[in-house]
Write a protein that binds this ligand. Structure first.
Ligand SMILES: [Zn+2]
Length: 258
């Protein structure tokens, strides 16, 4: 499918839940019709649910208009999210019943610049809480399976993805945001040796897989896979010690205190 260049702003007449902070959202507008399959649908926008559900075309526009006010199509820059908050202003919801009831996580995300936050109808997620960074299209998605972070390397702009969950570990989120070049408030991370560097799950998994660390290549694939699993589900944290070795520590239950 060619580049999707336009969106329509959708304002539902009945808000589904008081949780939904934004008054509306934007969906892709496809003048050639909503396709049956959408191979290039980005992961940060959920899973393409099939035609006429999360996209709008001339055929389904009247149906969408039965439930919502739908604007005329408007152009967006390249790489704009498929589904995004509508309107130019940010809507940080300073509420304790958002971000999974986790005000510390919300504070961390908004401090790092993810200020456009609230419920977004991303298909494939269960009532996701989404926080967008307006400048670089980075996105955090929180739902019952944990948090998905779609970030960019600060030097190259290359996208990378971190998943932590189902229990969200704030130290992991903090490390991921820092790796992406976002300035974040200091949080109480577990005690680490001086000069040790906290790694994101993907970075640690990469180092384990490639053996690119001191004492790498120990040759036990089962241990490596177990470590990577534990990193990805947030059970342990990985740090790189000053001498280049990797060390692992159980993830604390409450790493962040206000
Ligand atoms: Zn359609």
């Amino acid at each position: 499918m060619s580049q999707v260049t336009h969106r329509v702003a959708v304002r539902p007449r009945a808000q589904p839940d008081p949780l939904s902070a934004p008054a509306g959202y934007a969906l892709p507008y496809l003048p050639g019709g909503c396709p049956a399959d959408f191979a290039t649908w980005p992961a940060r926008d959920g899973r393409y649910p099939g035609p006429h559900l999360a996209t709008v075309c001339p055929t389904c526009l009247p149906t969408h208009r039965q439930h919502a006010d739908v604007s005329a199509p408007f152009p967006v820059p390249p790489h704009h999210p498929m589904i995004s908050f509508a309107g130019p202003t940010s809507t940080p919801p300073h509420r304790h019943d958002t971000a999974g009831g986790n005000p510390d996580l919300l504070h961390l995300l908004t401090s790092a610049g993810f200020v456009r936050a609230g419920w977004l109808p991303l298909p494939g997620f269960d009532e996701p809480f989404v926080a967008d960074h307006p400048a670089d299209h980075s996105r955090a998605i929180l739902d019952i399976d944990g948090i998905q972070l779609y970030l960019h390397e600060p030097d190259t702009g290359r996208p990378f993805h971190v998943h932590a969950g189902p229990r969200v570990n704030l130290a992991v989120v903090h490390a991921a945001l820092t790796c992406a070049g976002h300035s974040t408030p200091a949080i109480a991370t577990p005690p680490l040796p001086p000069s040790a560097q906290l790694l994101t799950p993907d970075t640690a998994a990469h180092l384990i897989t490639t053996g690119a660390h001191t004492h790498g290549q120990h040759g036990d694939l089962a241990i490596d896979l177990g470590l990577i699993d534990a990193l990805r589900n947030g059970a342990i944290l990985a740090v790189r010690l000053p001498d280049g070795t990797l060390a692992f520590t159980p993830a604390p239950h409450h790493p962040f205190s206000t």
